[in-house]
Every structure is written in structure tokens, then in C-alpha cells.
Design a protein around this ligand. Structure first.
Ligand SMILES: O=C[C@H](O)COP(=O)(O)O
Length: 261
């Protein structure tokens, strides 16, 4: 089954809700509707922006999707500062990133916590984008493929095959995030191919053929084409470049197979 390319812009902790409205307006204005047939485009703003974006997307019937950058493992209760899957679903979120390396590093998120967040997202119909990837020392040791496959297996622990089919996986080598160092397309394909092979082994070919595997780490309009041309790379999780409307729309167009007119 053909997998639709997905470009998801992870805004990280940038842009207040007014700036968010402005950026989404620019993206909607710059990317002609015909591109959305070939590429699914999503933005992942801070929680504080989601309601404003929901209002715009609903009001203007935009084809853009949106989501969040984190989710609580709990549904409700005395968990100060947390935001639940129930709340994200009510806001119309399509996606939520789970286990981003910045959450793993700065918030001590373990594979076990990441796994429970994946389950929380699926429970409420929000597709988790399960992020994983190796640090530089792991790559230099040559253990990067095994490391990433182990993170994948741990993140999906306890899920049924039909649940796994709804997950998006994002391979983001930590050494390539925000550094300008992009893994070569062949490097990215090596890991993304191994992740898909691991999915096939555990959940069968149909599920492995359905799950979208993204690459993330210094993706720009100039390198997205080569990345999505790889057999097992189905799009990108984009950080810095998703904050600039011109660059992001160019990138989405290139992911769809051609430059903007
Ligand atoms: O979630 C996005 C990644 O962390 C990549 O960020 P970047 O495109 O700024 O390298």
C-alpha cells in the first residue's frame, strides 16, 4: 500500500498564539491546495497555540493538520502541568510527538514512559509520532541500528498489530538535530529500512508497509527530495525550518515531488 508522505513541523518552544496564527496563515496562503494530494502537512505548536490553530483550520477549512509535542500518560487528575490525550483529542489534534530526544534528555523520559504515552495517544485517537535516534557516541560505536531498533521495540511494547499500524515513527539521530549536520540519505535509509524490517518481523508485512517512517534532523527544502526518494523514508519531522513560512512551504512542495510555481 502506498504511504502518503508526511511533513510535520515541530515548532518546539517557539511562537506565541499570535505568531502561530501569522505563520499558519502564511503557510496556507503559500502552499497551493493541489500539493496536499501528495503530501500531508502538519504543524506541532506549543500547547498554548493549539486552540488558535484549531479555530483557523476549522473556520477556513484548511487542509493543514496539527498536533502537540507531548502528552500525559494519564487521562486526568492531580498531575500539575500535564496535558492529556482527552484534551488533545477535543482540540482536534491529529498527531503528538512522543519521546523526542529533547524530552528524553531534558525531562529524563525513559522508554517505559514513552511507551505509556504512545498508548495514551492511541487510546484517544491521536496518532503518536514515536521519536527515536542515537547519540553521536552510539553512531561512532557502530551500534546505531541495534540501538534504534531497541528503542522502537520498547516504544511499541504491548501494542497489538492494528494499533502499531496507526503509529508514525520518526528517526532522528541526535547529532543531526539543530546542528546543520544531516545524515546522508543513505545513512537515514539504513536505519529507516532496519526499523521497517523490525516492524515486519514483529507485526507482519502489512503493518510494516503501512507505518510511516520519517527522518528528522536539519531537514531543509534542499535535502528533503533526496530523503523521501529513499524506499523507507516517508517524510520528515522538521524543526528549525518549520518556523519560516517560505522555507517550510518550499520544503513541503519538494516533498510532494516538485518546486512551487
Ligand atoms: O523534531 C524535530 C527535530 O528535532 C529536528 O530539528 P531540526 O530540523 O531543527 O534539526
Amino acid at each position: 500500500m502506498a504511504r502518503q508522505v508526511l511533513v510535520a513541523g515541530n515548532w518546539k518552544m517557539n511562537l506565541n498564539h499570535l505568531e502561530a496564527i501569522s505563520l499558519v496563515q502564511k503557510i496556507a496562503f503559500s502552499l497551493p491546495e493541489k500539493y496536499y494530494a501528495k503530501v500531508e502537512v502538519a504543524v506541532l505548536p506549543p500547547f498554548t497555540d493549539i486552540r488558535s490553530i484549531q479555530t483557523m483550520v476549522d473556520g477556513d477549512k484548511l487542509l493543514l493538520r496539527y498536533g502537540a509535542q507531548d502528552i500525559s500518560r494519564h487521562d486526568s487528575g492531580a498531575y500539575t502541568g500535564e496535558v492529556s490525550g482527552l484534551m488533545l483529542a477535543k482540540l482536534g489534534c491529529s498527531y503528538v510527538t512522543v519521546g523526542h530526544s529533547e524530552r528524553r534528555e531534558y525531562h529524563a523520559e525513559t522508554d517505559e514512559l514513552v511507551n505509556s504515552k504512545v498508548k495514551a495517544a492511541l487510546k484517544h485517537g491521536v496518532a503518536p509520532i514515536l521519536c527515536l535516534g542515537e547519540r553521536l557516541e552510539v553512531r561512532e560505536s557502530g551500534e546505531h541500528v541495534a540501538h534504534c531498533v531497541a528503542q522502537l521495540v520498547a516504544g511499541l511494547k504491548g501494542l497489538k498489530a492494528e494499533q502499531v499500524a496507526k503509529v508514525v515513527v520518526a528517526y532522528e539521530p541526535v547529532w543531526a538535530i539543530g546542528t546543520g549536520k544531516v545524515a546522508t540519505a543513505a545513512d537515514a535509509q539504513e536505519v529507516c529500512g532496519a526499523l521497517r524490517a523490525a516492524l515486519a518481523e514483529k507485526y507482519g508485512d502489512e503493518v510494516a508497509g503501512t507505518v510511516r517512517v520519517l527522518y528528522g534532523g536539519s531537514v531543509k527544502s534542499g535535502n528533503i527530495g533526496e530523503l523521501v526518494a529513499q524506499d523507507d523514508i516517508d517524510g520528515a519531522l522538521v524543526g528549525g525550518a518549520s518556523l519560516q513560512a517560505d522555507e517550510f512551504t518550499k520544503l513541503c512542495a519538494m516533498a510532494a515531488g516538485g518546486p512551487l510555481p
